[in-house]
Design a protein around this ligand. Structure first.
Ligand SMILES: Cc1ncc(COP(=O)(O)O)c(C=O)c1O
Length: 461
């Protein structure tokens, strides 16, 4: 394997091809690798940016790109191999590839589209969201380093920061309410904090991070702001607001099919280059590579992601409003009294609403379970399943599932109550059909527990 990774050098030039179309305004970062996005491009609609990106055609003129399934690539002359390994030849300049853990044309084409979507110079597609998150953190933080993270994160990320990285790399994390500017400042270890880490919209409490404020605090501390944008593709573009790195669980909304596990790291070309370094690049050495067939599948789903997000958001907004009218304790950032409603409106991209996730707090786990039981088994409103971004509605009780890695006290501090049902609102069927199913399920619950669902509207995050 050693000679293969020696070919890291061509990646720099490859990334020049990965950037969105040059706007001709030049470079304002001093980077010699790739030119950065300019301000007006940062403000553009991500769907428009996607549509303006280079269309990848198939080998025979097919309207879809071909799948390059090979993991290894041949050359015509022995000396070409030497030159590839020496970095004299590479994918961009010469359309020459070596090995697919390194560069694969199909996976790179998907990465280019995801970079355009998020408005970053480059993106690298990985085998899962967790591999994207763990690789970035290991790369940016390093042994013994420090992270300031939101106290409300996906349970797997929380466990990575609170258990795995401390054990394997001596990395420590201070979890704080990242809305509290003073708390974030106080949590910084001068000179040692390398990353401030948040989710744009927190899993599962749907708190919306103040990204411009966190960019400022992270940069004052000499750290990078890394944002998990899994819940809000298109709704918010963190890199356009100044975030240094955006990570995704592509398994969710971006895929939309609940049939693929995948991830992405979006950021400067220099970061992706460093992660491909022969000696200490986390992507190169941990190898969480995406398969080319998976990349091809996902590339076919990106063009309708904007439409899907709009419909997820429209239905979630409508259901949240109606649930609120029924007196349910519903949390949805699109509701005007959500504490981060105005923040989301300021930060968000116009036309994509407030996202497809909402939460209903039934007070106790037993009530939450009863409602989910009727919603799935009596009225077929949705499915009891973790994950999100599927065309069917998915429901889970976060406290005993995707946030169960977080200790009960920390869950309580983060606002994850035992009766909290996280709902990923789907878009199949008609809205009125689904709403009737919801109301019937709630009526069943109220027959069995008369005061279920009664209670003050609550948007505590
Ligand atoms: C916000 C968030 N980030 C990351 C992940 C991990 O992604 P994956 O399952 O693709 O590894 C998840 C999974 O649920 C998630 O909800």
């Amino acid at each position: 394997m050693a000679p293969v990774v020696a070919a890291v050098e061509p990646f720099t030039s490859l990334l020049k091809r990965l950037q969105p179309q040059d706007d001709g305004l030049g470079d304002d970062t001093g980077s010699t690798d790739v030119k950065p996005m300019k301000a007006h491009r940062r403000e553009s609609d991500p769907a428009a940016a996607l549509a303006a990106a280079r269309h990848e055609f198939g080998e025979y003129g097919g309207v879809n790109m071909s799948i390059e399934a090979s993991i290894t690539f041949t050359v015509m002359e022995p000396d070409t191999m030497r030159r590839l390994f020496a970095g004299e030849l590479g994918p961009e300049r010469d359309d020459l590839y070596i090995y697919s853990r390194h560069f694969n044309p199909t996976v790179l084409a998907l990465g280019r589209q995801i970079a355009v979507l998020e408005g970053t110079e480059a993106a690298y597609c990985t085998a899962s969201g967790m591999s994207a998150i763990s690789s970035v953190l290991m790369q940016l933080v390093g042994a013994g380093g420090h992270v300031v993270a939101s106290h409300c994160l996906y349970g797997g990320t929380h466990a990575l920061l609170s258990s795995f990285l401390p054990r394997t790399s001596g990395v420590s994390t201070t979890f704080v309410d990242t809305d509290d500017e003073a708390a974030v400042r106080a949590a910084v270890w001068p000179g040692e904090t390398k990353v401030v880490y948040v989710e744009t919209m927190s899993n599962p409490t749907l708190a919306v991070a103040d990204i411009p404020m966190l960019v400022r605090l992270a940069h004052e501390a000499g750290a990078k702001l890394v944002v998990d944008n899994t819940f809000t593709p298109l709704v918010v573009s963190p890199a356009r607001l100044g975030a240094d790195v955006v990570v995704h669980s592509v398994s969710k909304f971006i895929s939309g099919g609940a049939d693929i596990i995948a991830g992405a790291i979006c950021g400067p070309a220099s970061l992706v280059n460093s992660m491909m370094d022969l000696q200490d690049g986390a992507l190169m050495l941990l190898g969480p590579t995406m398969n080319a067939k998976v990349a091809s599948e996902l590339a076919g789903r990106l063009p309708h992601l904007p439409l899907r997000m709009q419909e997820h958001s429209r239905r979630a907004g409508e259901f949240a409003t109606r649930m609120r009218r029924l007196g349910l304790r519903v949390t949805y950032p699109g509701l005007p009294d959500h504490p981060h409603h105005d923040r989301l409106r300021t930060m968000g991209n116009p036309g994509y609403g407030a996202g497809g996730m909402l939460c209903v707090d039934m007070g106790t786990e037993a009530r939450a379970n009863l409602l989910m039981h009727h919603l799935q088994n009596s009225t077929h409103f949705g499915l009891m399943a973790v994950s999100l971004g599927y065309y069917e509605t998915l429901m889970s009780c976060s406290g005993n599932s995707t946030s169960s890695e977080i200790a009960p006290d920390d869950r309580a501090r983060a606002g994850i109550s035992p009766g909290l049902i996280r709902v990923s609102v789907g878009y199949n069927g008609t809205l009125e059909q689904r709403w009737a199913q919801f109301e019937r399920a709630l009526a069943f619950v109220q027959q069995e527990i008369p005061d279920a669902g009664a209670g003050k509207p609550c948007n505590a995050v």
